[in-house]
Design a protein around this ligand. Structure first.
Ligand code: PLP
Length: 260
């Protein structure tokens, strides 16, 4: 964990950083957050320097930013004349930068029990936490949440992709049902620039189990190949060629952005 945290206008030692017990994030999960990867001390996919990274000595890792509606006596309506509360932390983390050695993972599928605005990056993540723990308890890395019609929405903190038998990447289109991942967005651009066909449409669990490849994307994972969905092995059980190629493109993009 980082040594310095930014809390409401002040840089404080991480161990001493605290928020008020009546912060609406704590009371109501009334807040949003953002996570940004750091490569060579530079924020990737982020236009501004939001924090003084050098204070934390982070060269490879993550920056976490959370904003809530502020501190007010506990009452549901939006409080009047209250300043939002802002917390920023940074931590070192090894990033998976080598497509040849990228570890794969398994996913389980589970009903998507979330609300109707999954496009908001809210700190209200209880259904995601429950699904992730279910995955870990089953010895898997991630859970793919599935809507009432049998279509995969996304992972608990990742977007879901498959490669069909014709070599086309498939990922669910943006809507209220998924978070529009920044990594997903960049992957789409990189695919287009490199003549890799992508179809944005929902896919079923059955389709995913029969896919040639599968992977997840997020700021913290970049791209992680998925080699098993529930009890079905994907492809030959090893990270696929297209998955590794896409990760390679993303890492090259991240390194270039960091050097700019
Ligand atoms: N989907 C969900 C539900 C998430 O929580 C996240 C990231 O936290 C993602 C997808 C991936 O988004 P990003 O690529 O911006 O990290």
């Amino acid at each position: 964990m980082s040594r310095i945290a930014y809390v409401n206008g002040r840089y404080v030692p991480h161990d001493e950083a605290a928020v008020h017990i009546e912060d609406r994030g704590y009371q109501f999960a009334d807040g949003v957050y953002e996570v940004t990867a750091v490569i060579n001390g530079r924020l990737v996919d982020n236009d501004g320097h939001m924090v003084r990274l050098e204070r934390n000595g982070v060269h490879f890792g993550m920056v976490y930013m959370q904003i809530t509606r502020g501190v007010a006596p506990r009452n549901h309506p939006f409080p009047l004349h209250v300043r939002p509360a802002l917390v920023v932390t940074a931590k070192r983390a090894p990033l998976l930068l080598d497509p040849d050695t990228v570890p794969s993972g398994r996913v389980i599928t589970t009903p998507d029990i979330r609300w109707g605005r999954c496009d908001i990056k809210t700190i209200s993540l209880l259904p995601n936490v429950l699904a992730k723990q279910k995955a870990l308890d089953a010895g898997a890395y991630e859970a793919w949440m599935v809507d009432d019609d049998g279509f995969v929405t996304e992972g608990t903190s990742t977007n879901a992709w498959i490669l069909d038998r014709d070599g086309r990447l498939i990922t669910r289109p943006l809507s209220d049902n998924i978070l529009g991942g920044i990594t997903r967005q960049t992957m789409l651009r990189l695919a287009a620039e490199n003549d890799i066909e992508v179809i944005e449409r929902p896919f079923t669990v059955e389709e995913a189990k029969a896919a040639r490849e599968a992977f997840i994307t997020s700021t913290t994972n970049f791209l992680k190949p998925i080699t098993q969905i529930d009890d079905s092995v994907i492809g030959n059980g090893e990270p696929g060629e297209t998955s590794r190629h896409m990760l390679g493109l993303y890492v090259a993009y991240g390194r270039k952005a960091a050097a700019a």
